[in-house]
Write a protein that binds this ligand. Structure first.
Ligand code: GDD
Ligand code: MN
Length: 365
């Protein structure tokens, strides 16, 4: 007999998973027989009509609900909204592409209740679990991401990148305002956001092969992940943006030297002319790279914005260069012989100047 009270919500983030929807619901129905559950699809307005496919079933089966988000994207934020949208005391998150093993759900639920845990995680990396037939590249990348995340987490968890877990809903709701909601690492966010360590356990499962549709884990997701990890570890000391801006600056020096060598040494062009071209090349390179990476959220687009942005960036950096040389010269005067330290401080001041002003004027709003 199915219990009266709603026990469990299963949150399913989806983007273009239409073909998987009916199968997943049928599998949940089977796996959770005798339990009182609901499924919440959180769909980012998939062009393939995933939301409508789920609603079609929802009209016959009121356990199936749909949140259709318009103009939004993101796995983590979809999970958060789904978890906050249920009255059930316990909520599971599972991928919509059948790669997670839904037959584990009853065992997860029982364990969570029996041991009075906060979280139960489906793990690919404890005994009995596995990653199915991933290629070596994906295994290596996943292992790296997992190792990095463990350093942030400082908890003995084998699969912090798992997208398959169950949590007490009140805890998820309480932590929701603290979550970064970026990228794919919702579980890691939940575990690190909690002021008191969450009580968790892991159960093994084997990651299945995706048979319909395709993965959305791409380079952008991977980059967001690394940025978020950096932010957790060092963001307090050196802000992410400044670190990226500086790293790109270092690459710019490489471009400068490359162009200079090619022109001056290779083609025998006059030194001053080679220097001018090298400087402009590095400046342009830095401008575009900062525009696509450092300031991707405020990216300048179209000829007009790009031209204005480039000019303001060039002006700011020229002043920065003058400040750089001026300060280095001043320090060198003061402390005779400390040429390297003087130069480095000059570079640092120039970098901070360029960063602060371009952030305010070139990419400011
Ligand atoms: N709403 C929404 N919005 N859902 C999304 C989005 C999005 O922007 N991007 C992906 N999803 C959904 C997919 O439709 C799928 O149901 C689920 O999230 C997982 O996405 P996949 O694209 O299939 O991810 P994956 O299989 O490569 O990655 C899995 O393994 C990772 C660890 O190796 C996921 O379980 C990740 O959560 C996990 O970190
Ligand atoms: Mn998948």
């Amino acid at each position: 007999m199915t219990p009266d009270l709603l026990e469990l919500a299963v949150v399913i983030p989806t983007f273009n998973e239409r073909a998987n929807v009916p199968t997943l619901i049928a599998k949940l129905d089977q796996a959770l027989a005798g339990r009182h559950w609901e499924a919440i699809f959180v769909d980012d307005d998939s062009p393939d009509g995933t939301a409508e496919a789920a609603r079609e079933i929802g009209r016959l089966d009121s356990r199936v609900r749909v949140i259709q988000r318009i103009g939004r994207r993101g796995l983590s934020s979809a999970c958060i909204e789904g978890m906050c949208a249920t009255a059930a005391p316990i909520v599971a998150v599972i991928d919509g592409d059948l790669q997670h093993d839904e037959t584990l759900l009853p065992a997860m639920l029982d364990l969570l209740r029996r041991d009075d845990l906060d979280v139960v995680i489906g793990s690919r990396f404890v005994d009995g679990g596995g990653t199915g037939d991933w290629d070596r590249d994906r295994v290596a990348k996943s292992a790296l991401a997992t190792r990095l995340s463990r350093r942030v987490l400082k908890a003995d968890l084998s699969d912090p990148m798992s997208g398959f877990f169950m949590i007490r809903t009140d805890i998820a709701r309480r932590l929701a305002p603290e979550l970064s909601a970026i990228g794919f690492k919702i579980l890691l966010d939940l575990l690190t956001a909690s002021p008191i360590p969450l009580r968790f356990a892991e159960l093994p499962y084997t990651f299945r092969i995706r048979s319909e549709g395709e993965s959305k884990l791409d380079h952008v997701v991977a980059m967001e992940y690394l940025i978020a990890l950096y932010d957790r570890m060092f963001g307090r000391f050196v802000p992410v943006r400044f670190a990226m801006f500086s790293a790109i600056g270092v690459l710019g020096v490489g471009i400068h030297m490359g162009v200079l060598t090619a022109m001056f040494v290779g083609l025998g062009v006059q030194f001053v002319l080679s220097e001018i071209v090298a400087t402009l090349a590095a400046l342009t390179f830095n401008f575009f790279l900062n525009n696509t990476l450092t300031y991707r959220d405020r990216r300048l687009k179209g000829w007009r914005q790009l031209a204005d942005g480039w000019v303001s960036f060039a002006v700011i950096c020229s002043v920065g260069a003058v400040a750089n040389v001026g300060i280095a010269a001043f320090l060198y005067e003061m402390r005779d012989g400390a040429w390297a330290a003087s130069a480095l401080i000059g570079v640092l001041v120039g970098a901070v100047w360029n960063y602060a002003l371009s952030s305010k004027f070139t990419w400011g709003r």
